[in-house]
Design a binder for this molecule. Structure first.
Ligand code: GLN
Length: 195
């Protein structure tokens, strides 16, 4: 069984853990830097990226998160987590800065704070009920980035090798397709380590 961490500094942690368990993985709430060593993959949940960044610095997570990426371990950023992964942010400095994408925050307009949309997500689902909450979107994606889904012509899910990111909150629905897709990425990465 693979172990997948959920960065538990802020945001929707418990829901991600139960979704991981539904997908046959062990979910671990990561509250201490040392715990990162125990897991094969990591989910960066939604919440508020600036608040999460403050806590990442306060608890000394930044170097360990970058190291986790360098080791080739899969990372899945959802909503604020997507913002944390991006190499470029519109009007702001990047945070972990490992995925070759440019992300704009709160990009669906103030009037539409949150909404649900049925998305086709490549290799994941033909219809996925995606919940968007003050969601970011991917403005630009590098050559190695595979675009998995768009909503109103905006990129809302993408993968670059070990990195997966989406604008929405998959843990707030009872559908586990995209979590299952990530768990497969973690299994494949783990299997490669032993070849
Ligand atoms: N608007 C938030 C941010 O900028 C993200 C919202 C979310 O994670 N639901 O960090």
């Amino acid at each position: 069984m693979v172990k997948v961490g959920v960065l538990a500094l802020q945001g929707a942690v418990r829901e991600h853990i139960s979704s991981l368990e539904e997908c046959g993985a062990e979910g671990v709430a990561i509250k201490k830097v040392e715990q990162l060593r125990e897991v094969d993959g990591l989910i960066l949940p939604g919440g508020e990226s600036t608040a999460m960044r403050r806590l990442i610095d306060k608890y000394g997570f930044m170097d360990a998160l970058k190291e986790f990426a360098v080791e080739g371990k899969p990372m899945f950023g959802t909503c604020a987590g997507l913002i944390l992964l991006a190499k470029n942010l519109v009007g702001d400095k990047p945070h972990i800065g490992v995925m070759d994408i440019t992300v704009e925050r709160n990009s669906f307009g103030r009037q539409v704070d949150s909404f649900e949309a049925d998305l086709a997500i490549k290799d994941v689902a033909d219809y996925f009920p995606a919940v968007f909450i003050r969601a970011p979107h991917i403005v630009e994606a590098g050559a190695e980035v595979e675009i998995l889904s768009k909503h109103n012509d905006r990129i809302v899910a993408a993968r670059e090798g070990q990195f997966l990111g989406c604008s929405f909150h998959p843990e707030l629905t009872d559908r586990h397709d995209i979590t299952a897709y990530f768990v497969e990425m973690v299994k494949e990465a783990k299997a490669k380590q032993f070849v």
